[in-house]
Design a protein around this ligand. Structure first.
Ligand SMILES: Cc1ncc(COP(=O)(O)O)c(C=O)c1O
Ligand SMILES: N[C@@H](CCOP(=O)(O)O)C(=O)O
Length: 462
């Protein structure tokens, strides 16, 4: 399998190369040159299989011959052995035809573990085989950071630098990153927002000279392996509810759009998905784009769902590339206009997107209301991100006969502030995290200045 850039002006890479990089040199994101297809029978045969077996079957075509089959199977099995639930991502029925896909049973209690536990192992495998070292630079609005650290810290060939927006992530999220005492882990609190952090990471891919030859690797969802691993739970949950004999729908709390793009890929691979609902918090650019064709930047707002406090949504570029029939010139033009502040999607691709995607935006007051409402009706305590999804599913589902699967992206214990404001005493952290709130923290506060951040990384990398 080869991977090409959405901007059309970068060399194609194989799987190993695409995992060991981030943004393409032309500023685009890598996507598979051809999309693997699953037949009706192949999908039907996945029903009832263990999650690891489905994961192996779904991801194998993307990996191709880059990893020996037995090695890849072992990597997949080790990855999901770190999850606390036997089903890895259990599906809970909330009400008639409405299901919650719990993606937060991994080591850091958010859906990011599904892909980052795998990515860490893939990086370890490839770097060890090459005898190379690498530098990770990642941006986080709260969850990617700890999941990347947890997934990659054991790989001694990696130095890990995670940029989070200073005082804009929850206390649990920050401590999950800053209490890790390991020589290869560095946390930087940026005096800015997530978009500033992400922009600095992307700029570092464009000019890597500050690393003096050391390889720069992405852990954000610009890295294709992140998307690949997330495709699996769409397939696993859909076949559990009757696909491919029956259509399903998904609602996804969205921001950087990696999660939903993975769902879109599952559909392109043959999964019968009737509808995707994009749920956003008050940072509603994805909703404005689908509903009003208003693809324009607005100031980022701090909300009760901080992990979704993102305006510049990386993976929307991958979706636009597909909606424009893989026309990289059109994508480049559109994103050029967006970079200047405002853009609009052309009629045909917009109509195509609207035939599959619905969208809904939820403000902070509504998040609190939904946490209470969902608890009263279902007994489930939703985290504030999942709450955006719950409301969006209720408002946007096309019909009541198609099973709706709402993705639960994080555990409520990570967001005590919102849970308490919704009127609950809080959600307890798992036993294994008992000393999280008292352990010493280590992080560096830096201005949102690329040169300063790069100088810090260059000085600290081994
Ligand atoms: C808990 C949670 N929910 C939802 C999202 C949004 O997911 P995506 O960025 O893949 O759209 C994130 C972060 O990305 C998150 O951490
Ligand atoms: N919500 C994320 C932001 C980064 O998104 P990613 O999926 O591209 O890593 C976070 O919690 O850090």
């Amino acid at each position: 399998m080869r991977y090409i850039s959405t901007r059309g002006d970068a060399p194609a890479l194989n799987f190993e190369e695409v995992v060991l990089t981030g943004l393409a040199p032309d500023g685009g994101l890598y996507v598979p040159e051809t999309i693997p297809q699953f037949s009706h029978d192949e999908l039907a045969a996945m029903a009832g299989l263990p999650y690891t077996e489905i994961a192996f079957r779904v991801m194998k075509p993307f990996v191709g011959g880059a990893i020996a089959e037995d090695d890849f199977r072992r990597i997949v099995e080790d990855t999901y052995a770190t999850f606390k639930h036997d089903a890895v991502v259990p599906l809970k029925q909330l009400s008639h035809n409405h299901h919650l896909l719990e993606l937060f049973h991994g080591p850091t209690l958010a859906f990011k573990d599904v892909a980052l536990q795998l990515l860490g192992r893939l990086l370890d495998h490839f770097l060890a085989r090459r005898g190379e070292r690498g530098v990770i630079m990642g941006a986080t609005s709260g969850d990617t950071g700890s999941a990347a650290i947890e997934g990659c810290r054991a790989c001694d060939q990696l130095d890990i630098f995670i940029l989070h927006p200073h005082e804009r992530v929850s206390a649990v999220q920050r401590r999950q990153m800053t209490t890790v005492d390991a020589p290869n882990v560095h946390n930087i609190a940026i005096q800015g927002d997530f978009d500033d952090a992400q922009a600095m990471v992307k700029a570092s891919f464009a000019d890597q000279s500050f690393l003096q030859g050391r390889r720069l690797i992405a852990v954000n969802s610009i890295n294709w392996a992140r998307i690949m691993a997330q495709i699996v739970y769409y397939v696993a949950s859909a076949v559990a509810l009757g696909a491919p004999h029956r259509e399903v729908a998904f609602t996804v709390p969205s921001a950087n759009f990696g999660n939903l793009f993975a769902g879109y890929m599952a559909r392109r691979m043959g999964l019968p998905v009737k509808q995707f609902v994009i749920a956003t918090n008050a940072n509603d650019i994805l909703h404005r784009t689908i509903a009003d064709n208003d693809f324009s930047r607005r100031a980022l707002q701090a909300t009760l769902a901080p992990s979704m406090d993102i305006v510049v949504s990386s993976n929307f570029e991958r979706l636009l590339f597909e909606a424009y029939g893989r026309d990289s010139v059109a994508v480049r033009d559109l994103l050029g206009r967006f970079a200047e502040g405002r853009a609009a999607i052309d009629d045909a691709p917009l109509a195509q997107l609207r035939s599959l995607f619905s969208s809904y935006s939820v403000d902070d007051e509504t998040i609190l209301e939904v946490i209470r409402e969902a608890h009263a009706h279902t007994g489930e305590l939703l985290d504030p991100h999942t709450a955006t999804g719950y409301r969006a599913a209720m408002r946007c589902r096309a019909d009541a006969t198609t099973p709706m699967i709402t993705l639960a992206t994080a555990h409520p214990a990570k967001f005590e502030d919102a849970i308490v404001r919704a009127g609950f005493p809080g959600a307890p952290l798992p036993e294994a995290m008992a000393d999280l709130m008292s352990a010493p923290e280590r992080f560096e506060v830096l201005p949102a200045e690329l040169a300063e951040v790069q100088a810090y990384v260059a000085a600290k990398r081994r």
